[in-house]
Ligand binder design. Structure first.
Ligand SMILES: N[C@@H](CCOP(=O)(O)O)C(=O)O
Length: 494
């Protein structure tokens, strides 16, 4: 057996990437990592000469080595087909003197589709011949939820349960989730924050009694969040592919370094950029852009990660996160695989609410990562200026990243701003940022007004929501989430 992945908190037990994907999270609460990361560097000449699909096969073949080439080829074809409204999948377009990497051309209009059109394919291959059924339990601050629902709806042998924070996602994000069709889906709002949802989902994964009750029915739990390596690996593709687009446009010479700026919440997206760098992509800087929930900016500046702070509800809700799960993977790699250190830092976070990282590890992190923040006023101003000066309509998360990028001193590299969602998912706040009065207007009135003002068109899958019935109206407290998952398993699988 090709043993390849182990927990960030212990290297004692290894599993294949298929097993890691089915499990979602390691039994000790750590995240699955591979010490082979960086051993195989992708040939840039190949990457620059091929399309997104071929690069996806190359990236996944490197990170998930126990999948066969044929298995990956059919996963890639199924994940990146006609459900995308751009043949390029993730096109790169000019943004003034920088570049916009448009990651929202998939079925749910957010970057999560890149991985969540793929994860169900990877899981189906991994569970072939395994009679167990999988309930994919997902916490979302707005985008992952719908992308997971869309990806897993109707997939044989799997179910998907999504928890989102009540009143803390945009109107359109909520409607995308609560109108989801499918006999294997469940959606529930939670009175609390995304961190409450994610924290409880992790506790549910660790609940041995629940696991044994579900096992009696042949059900196991897994994750569609970026804690699952099957979520993370597909996101590496667009870093390589965007670099290839820059080379093909003639603005970057092969081998020349590039800077990426990433709107960041759970740290999965920017970590995928770090994986790309370790796999040979010439990256000068990965810039972590935060909104007013700037725990990562403070961490990268001071070396102390401190979640004991006020939570801010912002106009970039998908980033309203104070516990960025994937930072644990970066700590593992930056400490050169020090599981003991990672375990003690995570224990400090759980018990004291903060941890401080040794300076040598911070030096390693800072050699690649930069950071910055944008509050809501900065975000609105950036949406307004970008539209007025560049004729480019961007969503609030992208605006956070653009604000941070604009504030950085130029470093001579070409710079790519990751655009993580369609502005129409946040039409009320985008319309208001453009100077329009939105009082008393619902999401669809704002959508119509935004189309009229900007002469752009809302994606059909968002404007079509107005005709869809609300199918999921459950709301619960954090303590009831485990019970909700168990009932969902009973309904979906029995
Ligand atoms: N920003 C996310 C939060 C979950 O992050 P993930 O990448 O780990 O799924 C969201 O929009 O749900």
């Amino acid at each position: 057996m090709n043993t390849f992945y182990h927990s960030t908190r212990s290297a004692a037990d290894s599993v294949t990437s298929k097993q890691a994907i089915l499990a979602g999270i390691a039994p000790d609460g750590g995240l699955y990592v591979s010490d082979a990361l960086g051993e195989t560097r992708l040939a840039l000449e190949d990457v620059c000469a091929q399309d997104f699909h071929a690069t996806a096969r190359l990236v996944l073949g490197t990170l998930l080595p126990d999948y066969t080439a044929d298995e990956l080829a059919s996963c890639v074809d199924a994940a990146y087909g006609a459900q995308w409204d751009s043949e390029a999948v993730c096109p790169l377009t000019p943004l003034g003197t920088d570049w916009l990497l448009e990651l929202y051309h998939g079925p749910t209009c957010a970057f999560k589709d890149v991985a969540l059109q793929m994860l169900p394919q990877l899981m189906s291959v991994a569970r072939a011949g395994d009679g167990r059924k999988i309930m994919v339990v997902t916490a979302t601050s707005g985008d992952t939820g719908k992308a997971a629902l869309d990806g897993f709806a109707g997939v044989e042998g799997t179910g998907v349960t999504v928890f989102y924070p009540y009143g803390k996602v945009s109107d359109i994000q909520r409607l995308q989730m609560v109108t989801q069709l499918g006999g294997n889906v469940a959606v529930c709002a939670v009175r609390g924050t995304f961190d409450d949802c994610q924290g409880e989902v992790k506790r549910i994964f660790a609940d041995r009694e629940l696991a044994s009750r579900l096992a009696e029915r042949g059900v196991v739990l897994s994750s569609a969040n970026s804690i699952n390596v099957g979520r993370l690996a597909p996101q590496v593709t667009y870093y390589f592919d965007s670099y290839a687009q820059l080379v093909r446009r003639g603005v970057v010479r092969m081998g020349e370094e590039v800077t990426f700026c990433v709107p960041t919440g759970n740290f999965g997206d920017v970590l995928a950029g770090y994986y790309a760098k370790r796999m040979g992509l010439p990256v000068r800087r990965l810039v972590v852009a935060s909104n007013a929930n700037d725990v990562l900016t403070d961490f990268l500046t001071t070396g102390t990660y401190d979640r004991r702070r006020d939570f801010h509800k912002t106009i970039s809700p998908s980033m309203d996160i104070l516990v960025s799960s994937n930072l644990e993977r970066l700590l593992y790699f930056a400490s050169k695989g020090d599981c003991e250190l990672v375990t003690s830092l995570m224990a400090d976070l759980a018990e004291k609410g903060f941890y401080t990282v040794p300076e040598r590890v911070m030096d390693e992190i800072r050699s690649t990562f930069a950071c910055g923040r944008a509050d809501d006023a900065d975000t609105r101003e950036t949406i307004f200026d970008t539209w007025r000066e560049l004729d480019v309509l961007i969503d609030p998360h992208t605006a956070v990243a653009k604000h941070v990028l604009d504030a950085l001193p130029a470093d001579g590299t070409e710079r790519v701003c990751l655009s993580t969602a369609s502005p129409y998912k946040f039409c009320a706040d985008v319309l208001a940022a453009l100077g329009e009065v939105t009082d008393g207007m619902n999401g669809f009135a704002c959508m119509d007004a935004l189309e009229a003002k900007t002469r752009t068109a809302a994606p059909a899958q968002l404007s079509g929501l107005r005709a869809d019935a609300v199918l999921h109206d459950d709301v619960c407290d954090r303590e009831r989430m485990g019970g909700f998952v168990e009932s969902a398993c009973a309904r979906v699988f029995l």
